[in-house]
Write a protein that binds this ligand. Sequence first.
Ligand code: URA
Length: 257
Amino acid sequence: MGIAADIAEDWHAALAALAWEVEAGADETMLDAPVNRYDLRAEAPKPLATSAAPDPGRTDPVATARAMAEQAQTLDALREAITGFDLCDLKKGARNTVFADGNPKARVLILGEAPGAEEDREGRPFVGRAGQLLDRMFAAIGLSRTSPDAEHAVYITNVMPWRPPANRDPDPAEIAMMLPFVERHIALVDPQVIVVVGNTSLFALTGAKGILRARGNWSQAFGKPLLPMTHPAYLLRAPAAKREAWADLLSLQARLR
Ligand code: URA
């Protein structure tokens, strides 16, 4: 790894460690010398500037994404629009924009979370171990990303086209700014059903949390039937859950008849 890559890796690692500490409840930094709180004058704390605070001078990333997405009339135009969207910081740490794979005429659109290391390197979704399992799962009900025949094809994309540092989950602000692109992507492919795999895509399309509770229960998103399923990366860690995933695949197969 070069020096620049080392620095980027350190920066992402430090940021991830800080985010973890804040999540665990840390709200102050340690100083070199102890502070006697009894000596401090009581004064109202100044409000901290947070990234969530509205800043009237700043470009609204969600509105910008919506305007760019709405202009895209084809999948190629959408790919270009996403590649040209510079308001998501995750893009800075990614090697590639991972747009989609599979047959755009497919009846089934599979929506994953975000690229991992292999996907980032290759620029295609679900090519690592989890992706290979995903391919085997859908092959078991006669569906494939390489099928030229729409009946037997799937189309695969992710909520987030850029790999998050250390494979962390995309945060709600990042999801919100990419959602207009996801909505347009679904409208352009116009699948018969959407399958969301994992928590991030479930949350992005329905606002619900808890894929283990939601899986197998059909609902709707963007006017399409939606089936939540556990993520293949989870199934690699918890093979006993494959039994339920198989039931979900059979439910999908029955819906497509
Ligand atoms: N996990 C995902 O959700 N998407 C990918 O593309 C790869 C792994």
